[in-house]
Design a protein around this ligand. Structure first.
Ligand code: 5AD
Ligand code: SF4
Length: 431
C-alpha cells in the first residue's frame, strides 16, 4: 500500500487530538500527509457519536468517499472514534468498502492493523490507555492539546461517551508534566488539558495538585476542559485564582436550569448549587469568563422548565454558550424515557435560547471596551485576512491590525469595539 494519509475529524477536542496522535504514529512510520482525500492512500474518519447530526455528517461524507474507492481500489478506509466504538463490525454491514474499524481507546493500534489482514476491527476496552505515549503530529506550533485523562464515569442519562470512551483512567502526572516542559522548550505558548471530566483527575495527585505542578513549568498559558460542576471544589477555585499561568476562563456545562431535569439527567447538582459556585468564582476572579453547554428538549422538559433555563442564563450571564437539541442515543438511559419532545418544539426552544444568549454575550463583551487585554497572536483573522487574530486570557477572540511576525507572541491590545463573537482592537505595545 502507498504511504499517504488524509484524516477527517468530527466532534470534540479529544477527537481533534486523537487525530493528531494517529497522524503522529503514521508519520513516524513514514507516511506523508495528503492535502486532499483524492490523493491519499489511507483515509481515516475519526467520528463523533454525541448527537445524531454528527453521525449523519460522517455517514454522508463516507458515502461520497465510496466513489474514490471505486476509482482506486487500493485506497484503504478506516473508521475510528466514537461511531466506530458504538457500531463495531456493524460498520462493515452499512459500508462494506470500509477496511478498518477502531475505537477511541485503540488508536495506537492503527499501524499494526494496516500491517495485518485485509480487514480489522479493534474496539476492546483498554485500561492501559493512560500509560501510552503517542507522539502527536500537532496542527499548531503555538497551542497544544494535552490529554490528562481518558473516559468518563458520570453516566449522565443522555450521554453516549461513557459507552464509547470507557471508564476513567488518569495519566500519571510525571508524564503530563514532562510533555508540557518539552512543549515549553519548543516554544509552545499554551496548553489545553483534555479530559471528559478533568476535575475528577486522580493520578498520583488530584487536579489542583496537577495544575500547581504544570504552572511551575512556566508554560505561559494553561487551559483545561471539560469540568463538571459537581466536582468543582474550593481548592480548585483557589488554584484558578492564584496560579499565574492558569487562564481566567472556565467551561462549566450547566445543561439545564430546572432541578427536576437535572435530576433526570443524573447531573448530581441543583441549579442553586451551580449558581452558588458561579457566584463564588466571579467574586474571587471578577475577570473570569464562564461558558456553558445547554441541552433543550430533554425528555419530559415542560415549557416552564425550559423557562427556568432561560432564567438561569439571565441570572448567571455566561460569556458564551453552546446549546443543543436533545438527541436520543441508543443504549443511554434517557433513550427510553417518556415524554420525548417534538422536533419542532426543540427547534423553537433552541433558536430563542440562542437569541437570548447572544444579547448577554454582547453585553458581557461590551464591558471590555476600553480595556487593555493580553492577546496571544495566532494568525490572520478569518473574517478579514488583512487583520491579525488571537485570544485573551479569558478566551475571547480579538482582531486587530498587526503584522505576521507577531504570530506566537503576546501583545497588548486596547479593545475598541465588542461584537457577539469577537472583539476588535488596536495594538498598544508588545512584550
Ligand atoms: N443530545 C444533545 N446534546 C448532548 N450533549 C451530550 N449528549 C447529548 C445528547 N444526547 C451535549 C452536552 C455536552 C456537550 C458536549 O454535548 O451539552 O456538554
Ligand atoms: Fe468526543 Fe463525545 Fe463526540 Fe466521542 S461522542 S467524539 S467523546 S464529543
Amino acid at each position: 500500500m502507498g504511504r499517504s494519509v488524509y484524516i477527517y475529524t468530527y466532534g470534540c477536542q479529544m477527537n481533534v487530538h486523537d487525530s493528531e496522535k494517529m497522524r503522529g504514529l503514521l508519520v513516524r512510520d513514514g507516511f506523508a500527509v495528503a492535502r486532499r482525500p483524492e490523493e491519499a492512500d489511507l483515509i481515516i474518519f475519526n467520528t463523533c457519536a454525541i448527537r445524531e447530526k454528527a453521525e449523519q455528517k460522517f455517514y454522508s461524507q463516507l458515502g461520497r468517499t465510496k466513489l474514490i474507492k471505486k476509482k482506486r481500489s487500493s485506497v484503504r478506509i478506516a473508521v475510528s472514534g466514537c461511531v466506530a466504538q458504538e457500531c463495531g463490525e456493524g460498520i462493515f454491514k452499512r459500508a462494506p468498502f470500509v477496511d478498518f474499524v477502531l475505537g477511541p481507546q485503540n488508536i495506537r493500534h492503527i499501524p499494526r492493523m494496516l500491517a495485518g489482514g485485509p480487514r480489522g476491527v479493534c474496539v476492546d476496552d483498554n485500561h492501559e490507555i493512560a500509560a501510552e505515549e503517542l507522539p502527536p503530529d500537532r496542527d499548531s506550533s503555538i497551542k497544544a492539546w494535552v490529554s490528562i485523562m481518558y473516559g468518563c464515569n458520570n453516566f449522565c442519562s443522555y450521554c453516549i461517551v461513557p459507552y464509547t470512551r470507557g471508564r476513567e483512567v488518569s495519566r500519571p502526572s510525571g508524564s503530563i508534566v514532562s510533555e508540557i516542559s518539552a512543549l515549553r522548550d519548543r516554544g509552545y505558548r499554551e496548553v489545553t488539558l483534555l479530559g471528559q471530566n478533568v476535575n475528577s483527575y486522580r493520578g498520583d495527585t488530584d487536579f489542583p495538585g496537577l495544575l500547581r505542578r504544570i504552572d511551575a513549568t512556566g508554560i505561559p498559558r494553561i487551559r483545561f476542559m471539560t469540568s463538571h460542576p459537581r466536582d468543582l471544589s474550593d481548592d480548585l477555585m483557589a488554584v484558578l485564582a492564584d496560579l499565574p499561568h492558569v487562564c481566567e476562563h472556565l467551561h462549566l456545562p450547566l445543561q439545564s436550569g430546572a432541578d427536576r431535569i437535572l435530576g433526570l439527567m443524573n447531573r448530581g447538582y441543583t441549579y442553586d448549587d451551580y449558581a452558588g459556585k458561579a457566584k463564588q468564582l466571579r467574586n474571587m476572579m471578577p475577570g473570569i469568563a464562564l461558558t456553558t453547554d445547554i441541552i433543550v428538549g430533554f425528555p419530559g422538559e415542560t415549557d416552564e422548565e425550559y423557562q427556568s433555563t432561560v432564567r438561569a442564563l439571565r441570572e448567571i450571564e455566561f460569556d458564551g454558550m453552546f446549546a443543543f437539541k436533545y438527541s436520543p442515543r441508543k443504549g443511554t438511559k434517557a433513550f427510553t424515557m417518556r415524554g420525548q419532545v417534538s422536533e419542532g418544539e426543540k427547534s423553537e426552544r433552541l433558536s430563542s435560547l440562542l437569541l437570548i444568549q447572544e444579547e448577554i454575550t454582547r453585553a458581557r463583551n461590551r464591558t471590555l471596551e476600553g480595556t487593555i487585554q493580553e492577546v496571544l497572536v495566532e494568525g490572520t483573522a478569518e473574517s478579514d485576512p488583512g487583520m491579525m487574530t488571537g485570544r485573551t486570557r479569558s478566551n475571547k477572540i480579538v482582531n486587530f491590525e498587526s503584522s505576521m511576525d507577531t504570530v506566537g507572541s503576546f501583545i497588548d491590545v486596547k479593545i475598541d469595539r465588542a461584537m457577539t463573537h469577537s472583539l476588535w482592537g488596536s495594538r498598544t505595545d508588545s512584550h
